[in-house]
Design a protein around this ligand. Structure first.
Ligand code: F6R
Length: 243
């Protein structure tokens, strides 16, 4: 595991974007595993800037996102498709036919999860998987649990997640109660993993993930067993590390 120390969020985003551009330059038709959330926003902005300058070409690049809410159509502004389209895809020259996100509108969970696993397998697997880190150590929607869920599956969102999300919806009944997510095994099959972490509030969980016991109670701790992980964390995220 390589740990790169960044000064702040902007520096983290720039360093992460460097790792992703190196991948795209070395293998233009690579498969990028992508994430949503606040952590990768700056990384996407940096990649867009370099694309606009003519330094990057995504015309052959393919992508597979980690997760999507079940029950939200693509045009709902809370869907992960909407996030990816508006924060990244529409600004670069990636072919939308080469982008993949679980289909939140497929009601049959078993069918959708099997389809998505096959999509990734047919792509030849993910070359570089970008991950953010949840406050409880989750990656994708793989929450702390008694066991690692291996493949793409449907998760029931916790009451606290539903409660936290309700501000984005008209009523609590509109808040999605489930999501589709790549499993821990799906994530671990990526050839390379890039974990980006910013902010003091994630410092303790980052330390546990990188140096604590490997346990499904801290899903990101499984990354210790992957042989090609790059972590880019800012000083705040490293601030509670002992020593
Ligand atoms: C997003 C995802 C989540 C986030 C995590 C961190 O697709 O799968 O695991 O990466 O919740 O979120 P932020 O970056 O918003 O702190």
């Amino acid at each position: 595991m390589k740990l790169y120390r960044a000064k702040d969020y902007k520096d983290m985003s720039r360093k992460a974007a460097n790792v992703i551009s190196a991948q795209v330059i070395m293998k233009p038709d690579c498969v990028l595993g992508l994430a949503t959330g606040s952590s990768p926003l700056g990384t996407y902005q940096q990649l867009i800037e370099w694309y606009e300058k003519g330094d990057l070409d995504f015309s052959e690049t393919k992508s597979a996102n980690l997760d999507e809410y079940k029950g939200l159509p693509r045009d709902n502004d809370q869907s992960y498709y909407y996030f990816m389209y508006n924060n990244f895809f529409k600004h670069i020259n990636i072919d939308l036919n080469n982008t993949n996100i679980p289909n939140g509108m497929e009601p049959d969970s078993a069918k959708e999860c099997a389809r998505y696993e096959k999509v990734i397998a047919d792509l030849g697997g993910v070359d570089l998987q970008l991950l953010g880190l949840g406050h409880n150590g989750h990656i994708g929607f793989n929450e702390p649990d008694a066991a690692f869920e291996k493949i793409t599956h449907c998760v029931d969102l916790t009451e606290s997640t539903i409660e936290a999300n309700k501000r984005f919806f008209a009523t609590i009944d509109d808040v999605p109660k489930q999501a589709y997510t790549m499993g821990i095994g799906t994530i671990m099959r990526a050839k390379k993993i890039l974990l980006i972490v910013s902010g003091e509030e994630k410092s303790s969980i980052l330390y546990k993930a990188l140096y604590g016991p490997v346990t499904p109670q801290v899903p990101a701790s499984i990354l210790q067993l992957h042989n090609d992980v790059v972590v880019v964390a800012d000083e705040a995220a490293l601030s509670k590390f002992p020593g």
